[in-house]
Structures are given as structure tokens and as C-alpha cells.
Design a protein around this ligand. Sequence first.
Ligand SMILES: [Zn+2]
Length: 116
Amino acid sequence: MHELSIASSLIETAANHVPEGNTLQGVHITVGDLSGICAESLDFCFSIVAREKGHPSARLIITPIPARFHCRMCLKDYEAASVYHTCPFCESLERDILEGDRFTIDAIDVEEINHV
Ligand SMILES: [Zn+2]
């Protein structure tokens, strides 16, 4: 499953950045509509992998980014839910992707383990 391997590498990458004596609390990511990732199933896989790898308190915080295009024919910018949508102004498919094909880790939350 695609999302399961992404969830695993997310946890591994985030865990590498957790200072000793701290626990991983959350991973903030940006998921573009065109990145081919299902946010819901990634969230589900993340909670499973987090528990398996010893980070039961880690949560996934997803910021979705809608796909934005720049039409090469009428030179207007528009948002669309998928790559199969044509330009709403001139119905052309000649365009550049401005945004929405990215998948990035933005930040991680850590918390110091209380020794008292
Ligand atoms: Zn157009």
C-alpha cells in the first residue's frame, strides 16, 4: 500500500529529528491535491505505524493544497480538483502547474519527557 510506505518514512524522518529525552507529538505536512496521496488513508496508516514504532502520541497534521494552474492559452490562473479538468475560461488543457503537486514535511512537534 502506497500510503503505508509514506507513513513509515514520515515517522522515520521525524523521529530522526527528535532530540534525546523528547517524544514525538506531531508531524505537520502539506499535501497537494495532485501529489497522488490520499490524506485520509495516510492519516490512518500514520497512526498505525506511529504506534508500531514506539511513538504512540504522534499525530499527523495535514494541510491540503488545492491544485492551481496557469492557462497557456488565455493566461489566466485557476484552481481545479484534478489534472483532467480543462481551463474554466477557454477549456484549454495547455497549462502549467503552479501549485498542488507537492508533498512536504513542514514541522514536527516534540515534547520533553517529564522525569519528575
Ligand atoms: Zn484558459
